[in-house]
Design a binder for this molecule. Structure first.
Ligand SMILES: [Zn+2]
Length: 149
């Protein structure tokens, strides 16, 4: 696991620091097709190699939902379902794998492509979740080329 390095600004989105675990939960939400139960998110996070309990996933989902990064809906049985927040403000994020810094990115052109692609196949009410991960300018400068992190 990689946490923030000294001297780098911690990544915050809506006042929430994106720790490795929170990023793992966001990545799981992005990878799951549509709204998912906490159990499904938990399975996905575990499959991605994060060692975390179901209670921890619930807590992280609550934090992310409070911050507006995750949306919550309920299914017919009143079970909470979570999804990566994708509202009309088009908040999509660029995440640094080095320090956890997060930047909002405008994904308007991708959303346009998604809508026309979906429409071409007769799909509607399609949700799009975009998380781009890489190294921010600061981490890219300090990382030596070719050296594994
Ligand atoms: Zn960084």
């Amino acid at each position: 696991m990689r946490f923030g390095r000294d001297g780098s600004a911690p990544g915050e989105v809506n006042g929430v620091r994106l720790t490795a675990r929170r990023r793992a939960v966001l990545a799981a939400l992005a990878a799951l097709p549509g709204p998912a139960s906490a159990h499904a998110v938990h399975r996905r996070v575990r499959a991605d190699g994060e060692r975390i309990g179901l209670t921890g996933v619930y807590r992280l989902l609550a934090i992310l939902a409070d911050a507006g990064l995750a949306g919550v809906t309920k299914d017919g049985g009143g079970r909470h379902l979570f999804h990566l927040r994708d509202d009309s403000s088009h908040d999509h994020h660029l995440l640094c794998a080095g320090c956890g810094r997060a930047e909002r990115v405008d994904a308007g052109c991708v959303l346009g492509w998604a809508e026309s692609s979906a429409a071409a196949h007769g799909f509607r009410d399609v949700s799009v979740s975009i998380v781009l991960s890489g190294l921010c300018a600061g981490c890219g400068r300090t990382a030596e080329p070719g050296r594994s992190r």
